[in-house]
Design a protein around this ligand. Structure first.
Ligand code: NAD
Length: 281
């Protein structure tokens, strides 16, 4: 039976380190959070982020903008925050109104304040093994894997899902540890090859968003399984992996909810403090 890899205790441990770093900063770090309109999902993120920030001694500066703001006005607003020296990091809350393209707007956040780690310059630094601001979900998966003490050198790692926020940056982070990384995606499934890749994974990371995509009996005996997927099935939140069977075969497995999710906001705060540290130098 697998050991459960829960995010919360790990997050608490990491937060202790963040608190020490905050205390060592010259000024209280400031996170500017852009909320357009009042989408309930975005409001829920704001609530959990502001609570985490407060707890860590970080100022959470909420910038609530009207629902009908234009892309140009939003870009102008981001530019102002870029040049405001009192702001160390910027996040744009999702979802945005349909008229606003997140990918376009987010590229205007300056690289040194990009605490979601999505600026091309920050992604590029991952390629060179020099990243300070890492996409939060990929960073969370990495923390959970590392917390098991597993030596990744030469390990067969299979990542299912190749999005910019999870699969692609995670593949680079794992390559840096000399794992042998395979990235599977919709093309792999369409070619009928998903099962054969999953079956040989010593470390399996799944980030797709399809409940039950990974059958429990595909899991290699003793594998480490990180399930990032979030799916609502019959009013319950489940991951992408068939948990009940998988936990009998894996050595470690993340629960959904409670695995990767609780760590991501901590990773965001860690990025904010890293940004503040390099700006206040
Ligand atoms: P995305 O839609 O950007 O990417 C989905 C990926 O899954 C793509 O690479 C696609 O090719 C692949 N895919 C789709 N169908 C497939 C199939 N049948 N077989 C194999 N691969 C398939 O998604 P995303 O933003 O990376 O999110 C993925 C999941 O992770 C979602 O459920 C999302 O809610 C969840 N998520 C969780 C957290 C968290 O904090 N726990 C954070 C981010 C995303």
């Amino acid at each position: 039976m697998a050991k459960l890899l829960e995010g919360k205790p790990l997050a608490e441990k990491i937060k202790e380190g963040i608190k020490l770093e905050v205390a060592a900063l010259k000024n209280k770090p400031v996170l500017a959070s852009i909320l357009v309109g009042d989408n309930p999902g975005a409001l829920a993120y704001v609530k959990s982020q502001s609570k985490a920030a407060e707890n860590l001694g970080i100022e959470y500066r909420l910038q609530n903008l009207p629902q009908d703001i234009t892309e140009d006005a939003l870009i102008e607003f981001v530019r102002k925050l870029n040049s405001d020296n009192s702001v160390n990091g910027i996040i744009i809350q999702m979802p945005l109104p349909p008229a606003i393209d997140y990918k376009k707007i987010s590229q205007f956040i300056s690289a040194d304040k990009d605490i979601e780690g999505m600026h091309p310059a920050n992604i590029g630094k991952i390629l060179f093994g020099k990243a300070k601001l890492i996409p939060c979900t990929a960073a969370s998966a990495m923390e959970l894997i590392t917390s098991t003490g597993i030596d990744l050198y030469g390990k067969e790692v299979v990542i299912v899902g190749h999005s910019e926020i999870v699969g692609k940056p995670l593949a680079l982070l794992l390559l840096d540890k000399f794992a042998t990384v395979t990235v599977a995606h919709i093309g792999t499934s369409k070619a009928g090859k998903l099962e054969e890749h999953v079956r040989r994974a010593e470390v399996l990371v799944v980030a797709v968003g399809k409940a039950g995509l990974i059958k429990g009996d595909w899991i290699k005996e003793g594998a480490l399984v990180i399930d990032i997927g979030i799916n609502r099935v019959n009013e319950k939140i489940v991951g992408d992996v068939e948990f009940e069977v998988a936990e009998k075969r894996a050595s470690f497995i993340t629960p959904v909810p409670g695995g990767v999710g609780p760590l991501t906001v901590t990773m965001l705060m860690r990025n904010l403090v890293a940004a503040a540290k390099s700006q206040q130098r």
